[in-house]
Design a protein. Structure first.
Length: 168
């Protein structure tokens, strides 16, 4: 059990690390956009390849920050309807939603890996930036999201059992 907790701690820390990288990329994206707009409208000289870089950064940011958003529980949740259910039903609905998310993200890991492998050797049009490193961020980010969701499900098992006892 102690080894599992240490591994879980490493997953949480790595998710935070990926989030920090994603945050720095957002800052870089903002600066890049500012330079592009400034160059385009004031100097009549746009930044060559800024759209390519922006597309790559946006894809990276989304999947780098996904697992951390799960850990913050900042993903979309419809509490208006669910809050009307009994506590036991809420626990089971949360477990079902988490399981469905886990299945979906597992499929994204599988298909994202296939797609990233297909991108090996492909480059962007203008700046000739390799696409595959960014493409591999999709399955990597989703894999760590899956690890977090598995931990979430395992941590909710005692709560599910206790909720069943309380309702009896």
């Amino acid at each position: 059990m102690n080894a599992i907790l240490k591994m879980w701690d490493k997953v949480v820390k790595f998710n935070l690390f990926m989030f920090l990288i994603g945050s720095m990329l957002i800052l870089f994206l903002g600066i890049l956009t500012l330079i592009d707009v400034f160059g385009r409208y004031l100097l009549n000289k746009p930044f060559k390849g800024s759209l390519e870089i922006s597309e790559l950064i946006m894809a990276g940011v989304l999947f780098l920050c996904l697992a951390y958003s799960f850990s913050l529980k900042s993903h979309i949740k419809v509490d208006v309807i669910v809050s009307k259910f009994s506590p036991r039903a809420q626990v089971y609905l949360d477990a079902c939603a988490t399981t469905i998310s886990l299945i979906f993200l597992s499929l994204v890991v599988w298909q994202g890996t296939k797609r990233a492998i297909e991108q090996l050797g492909n480059y962007t049009e203008i700046l000739k930036i390799p696409i595959s490193p960014v493409a591999f961020l999709v399955p990597i980010g989703c894999l760590f999201s899956c690890l977090y969701l598995v931990g979430h499900i395992l941590s909710d098992l005692p709560r599910t059992k206790n909720q069943g006892k309380e309702d009896q």
